[in-house]
Every structure is written in structure tokens, then in C-alpha cells.
Design a protein around this ligand. Structure first.
Ligand code: PRT
Ligand code: ZN
Length: 288
């Protein structure tokens, strides 16, 4: 039987969409859209094990899955024998302490002898120990942010992303404890077979190509030959753009790759320098 690398992924929730998108952009196609527990790819030697995110670190530590995709917050909280192989750059958030906004806050000592509601007691306890704070941790799952309002806790320790949940509950973030994002994890103890390692290496190579293309545009434009130097001067730091001849000898075609966030700034300069017929295309993959 063909060797398959088994990847534990979240079956539904905030990580699901982007995990599937990353795999799909890496050319990994799945056999069925129905989310049964174990789904093989139809064109790549991997299979997906769909789990709750809470169970992913342990499944990787135990070797039930070879690798997993999960939030760093879950990895740190579950504290299993896993290691981060790669940061995937999506589902970015932070774990922070927050308190009612009307309270005057004068530093982390404020939390001494206070009651803190959280779903992340392990990470919180480590932070409190490091800062010599003795507080009472109250573990609740879900809707942590309402705890202070109903008198269940003095403050909370929870995931913050945009911050709007805190605002609508009259809370204010006072200490950021960790930054989190989706990460690819592997077991610390179980070494992959050579075959599985080779599959993982290919997958990581493809993830890098997808990531390299992220936020970049492929730009083509027509430039009068006499303006070529001026146009090329507008493209600083970009490794030698391609210059191609056109049927009309007075003109040439310049191709290059631009950071999307600098697109409008640079396009303006290119037009002023004499570029015309500028086309911008999405780049799907980039192998550096
Ligand atoms: O069912 P399962 O156990 O698999 O899923 P889950 O309900 O435990 O997790 P899920 O799907 O809600 O989140 C999965 C992962 O997404 C988390 O572990 C984080 O790594 C990541 N993530 C990124 C977030 C957020 N952003 C986020 N904003 N997880 C939760 N939130 C919640 C947060 O709990 C808070 O209530 O959104 C609220 C804050 O958001 P803002 O934008 O208002 O600040
Ligand atoms: Zn969960």
C-alpha cells in the first residue's frame, strides 16, 4: 500500500477554511467534500484526519497523525510532545489579559488576588508565575468575555483578534501574553519514516511557494525604448525585470513582480515615467 502522510486538521471552525485553501493552493486535492473522519487526497500521498482543534496536539504527539495544523495557542495550552515545524501565517490572534475599562490599571500586580476567567489556564498560570502574581484562575469554555460583567471574575484571559468583542463587553486589553497563528506541528518523539519525511518536505516546499506568491502581483507594461532607463529606475530593489522586444522597435515590454501593497504608488510612478498598457496579474505560486 502507498505510504500516506496523515495530517490532523480542524473539522470545522475558524481554521478549517484557510487550512483547506492552503492545501488546495499547494495542489493537494481531496477525494470527497463530505467531511468524514479520514479523507485521502486523490493526487498527493496525504490523508486528512478531521478533529476538534483541542485534540490535534495530542493526536500528533501520540502518532495518530503524523503532522497537524492548529493554532499556536492550542499547542502551548495542551503542552504535548510536539514541535512547531512551520508558521503558516493565517488565523493570527493574541492571548491577552483584559479588565473592565472603568478600572484604573497600574501594572500586572493588579491581578494579585484577583479572579481571572479563561479557557487557557496553562498559558495563564505560566505567565502569572513568571510575574510572581498569585491569582485565582477560573476555567470556563466559551463566552469568557461575559464573566466580569456578571460578577464571575475580575478580569479575563482570552483570544483577541480585532478587539471588538472586548469593546462590546466594556473590557480593555491590558497585557498581551502571546501572539498566535496557525502552525504546522510534528511529534517531538516519533521520527517520521524516510518516505513520510519526503512527502512532508515536498509539502513544505509547496507551502513556501504559495506563501512567496502571497501579496505579490506580476506586472507587464509597454515602454517606449527611450524611456526604458527611467522606467527601470522606478523599480528599485526588484531583481532585474525582464525586458522583451515588441514588433514596433521603438517600444519594449517590461515584466516584473511587485508587492501588492506598493502597487498604486509604483504604478503612478511608472505611468509618469512613460509606461503604458500596464497589466497586473495574480501570482499563484512562486518558487524562489
Ligand atoms: O470546535 P473546535 O474545538 O475545533 O473549535 P474552537 O471553537 O475551539 O475554535 P475556533 O474554531 O473558534 O478557533 C480556532 C482557532 O482560531 C483558535 O484556537 C485560534 O488559534 C484562532 N483564532 C483566530 C481565533 C480568533 N482568531 C478569534 N477571534 N479563535 C477565537 N476567536 C474568538 C475569541 O475567542 C473571542 O471570543 O473571537 C473573539 C475575539 O475576536 P475579536 O475579533 O472580537 O477580537
Ligand atoms: Zn477547540
Amino acid at each position: 500500500m502507498e505510504t500516506k502522510l496523515r495530517i490532523a486538521v480542524q473539522s470545522k471552525g475558524r481554521l478549517y477554511e484557510e487550512t483547506m485553501e492552503l492545501l488546495s493552493e499547494a495542489g493537494v486535492k481531496m477525494t470527497s467534500v463530505k467531511r468524514t473522519l479520514l479523507v485521502p487526497s486523490r493526487n498527493f500521498p496525504v490523508e486528512l484526519l478531521f478533529l476538534r482543534d483541542d485534540d490535534i496536539p495530542e493526536s500528533v504527539a501520540m502518532g495518530t497523525a503524523d503532522i497537524g495544523i492548529v493554532g499556536l495557542n492550542e499547542v502551548l495550552e495542551k503542552d504535548k510532545a510536539v514541535e512547531v515545524i512551520k508558521e503558516l501565517g493565517f488565523s493570527k490572534c493574541r492571548l491577552s489579559l483584559a479588565i473592565p475599562k472603568r478600572i484604573e490599571y497600574n501594572g500586572v500586580e493588579w491581578f494579585n488576588n484577583r479572579k481571572i476567567a479563561t479557557s487557557y489556564p496553562v498559558i495563564l498560570q505560566k505567565f502569572l508565575d513568571k510575574n510572581n502574581i498569585k491569582a485565582d484562575i477560573h476555567v470556563i469554555t466559551g463566552s469568557v468575555e461575559i464573566a466580569p460583567g456578571i460578577g464571575l471574575a475580575d478580569g479575563i484571559f482570552d483570544i483577541v483578534s480585532s478587539g471588538s468583542t472586548l469593546v462590546s463587553n466594556n473590557l480593555i486589553e491590558v497585557e498581551k501574553v502571546i501572539d498566535s497563528q496557525a502552525v504546522l506541528i510534528g511529534s517531538k518523539k516519533q521520527k517520521l519514516s524516510d518516505e513520510k519525511q519526503a512527502i512532508l518536505d515536498e509539502l513544505l516546499f509547496r507551502f513556501d511557494a504559495v506563501k512567496a506568491a502571497d501579496g505579490k502581483k506580476y506586472i507587464l507594461m509597454n515602454v517606449p525604448r527611450e524611456k526604458l532607463d527611467e522606467v527601470l529606475a522606478v523599480l528599485p530593489g526588484i531583481k532585474s525585470p525582464t525586458v522583451l522586444p515588441l514588433a514596433n522597435n521603438d517600444w519594449c515590454s517590461v515584466h516584473t513582480v511587485l508587492e501588492e501593497k506598493r502597487f498604486w504608488e509604483i504604478i503612478g510612478k511608472l505611468r509618469n515615467a512613460g509606461a503604458e498598457g500596464i497589466l497586473a496579474l495574480d501570482i499563484e505560486k512562486m518558487v524562489l
